[in-house]
Design a binder for this molecule. Sequence first.
Ligand code: SF4
Length: 567
Amino acid sequence: MRPRTYQIITYGCQMNASDSELMAGILEARGLSPVREEAEADVLLVNTCIVRDSAEQRAQGRIARLKGLKTGRPDRIIGVCGCMAQRDAEAIFDQYPHVDLVLGTRAIPSLSAMLDHVLNGESRVACVEEIPGSVGRMDKSDGSDEPDGSDNLQAPTFSIRNPQSAIRNPQSSALSPQHSALPSHSSALSTQHSALCSQSSLLSSHSSALSTQHSALSSHSSALSTQHSLAVPVRRSALRALVPIMMGCNNWCSYCIVPTVRGREESRRAGAILDEIRALVQCGCREVTLVGQNVNSYRDGETDFAGLLERVNAVDGLLRVRYITSHPRDANDRHLDAVAALPKVCDHFHLPAQSGSTPVLARMNRGYTREDYLGLVRRVRQRLPEATITTDLIVGFPGETGADYEQTLDLVREVRFDSAFTFLYNVREGTRAAEWEDDVPLTVKKERLARLIEIQERISLEQNQALAGKTLEILVEGPARRAEQKGGRGQCVGRTTGDKCVVYDGSPSDTGRLVRTRIVEGATHTLFGERIQQDPRPNENISSLPCLPERVESRGDSTRVKNSGPG
Ligand code: SF4
């Protein structure tokens, strides 16, 4: 039976959310429709995260539970994608015999071809890129394990693993960057097509390895071209869109598995990014979030991240620009000046500190000290005193003493973050820190985390209470959920430029508009306000983007980035 319906279950950060949007586009280009219930899906994909143990365990549990659905309907196709797929392709087949396909982090454009192989009777097919540097990391003379980046542009090679059959070349699209996926439904996006095609050519021109692979796959290339001209990422929201600007990371933080499973940094062409954003705006999008593991190291020729912000800010019709994630070491003055000067770029800085202790930061291989971080915060506040500053923090890193931990609490008190994502350290196999003793007992980690959360929540509440009486502009997202309302007050919800949630007495017709609100009360995670004035601009094209009824287990909404991932 040809599959007609699909569901994608997504765990993890903004990059996974963005990948799921692209996979949804590929499936819909094949004529599949999204469904809310797993039992109704002919194709079920689990997009996994292994950055933290808790996310990995949730994904493993979900994959295991899908066995029952496969038993009831053997023709149902079950796939595993994302970081776990990249790391554990063959182990997944061993552990979960009901899984039909495995797709690595850079193999998403092969999804359609992989489905064809399963539909043609093959079982257990995998397409996983061999990521340069993921094995045998370089040890630098300074003792860090940070690669020098000299092979940043090495062409990927794909390993097609199929332990059950002879299939080796399931129309791998190594030559097609993931975001060559293009719209079938909008002529407005046609310019994006040509821009992305040229990106694909560029990638293929500098790699003899790819050329060889290209020859081997030439019989499939026209099919691939057709396939990739028929897919566009399916966004969950008509108003907001995640737009990937780069893949991978070169930083090799000692606790982080991302460089191993997502590879080295590769920036997308600025022209392709801008074409995609212009097309989104024509379809009603009001806010874009530029996503990458380390957006500050974006570069396309002369265009650095600040230059990209300038160009995105100039897109007509776009109201707001966000980005995530910034690395504190790379957030330079050009970046800060751009945020201060560009009216559409939101004054929200998510700067993952991870620790307040310089010795711990050194062991984490973060590339900055406590003093550097505090200096960065000062430079932000000199330019934008009202800016929102949020962070990620890890407690219980190997060797973290009580004094180190107190330094983290002091940092939190000194910076007064608006909010923080806080985590217990847990070992990630394949990282440098996994070689060290995990010497902080779990009970101590939990105590440290609880105290950190208590302090941060109090500061978040005080920060929000201090906004009472202020006038803040929000981009209205639509009706508020019952849980967001307070005492029956507040029908609509929107976000400030600082990414604070404001519930106010509005009308659903405000959706997609900028509305000025006066804040009447601040709670820990929400502001309550009243409407002052509405943006007079017409509310057009709001619902013309396709929306994805996708479950995002660990974050809630794939287009509202609630966590920067590993940071
Ligand atoms: S924590 Fe962030 S910057 Fe560090 S290696 Fe992981 S993704 Fe890269």
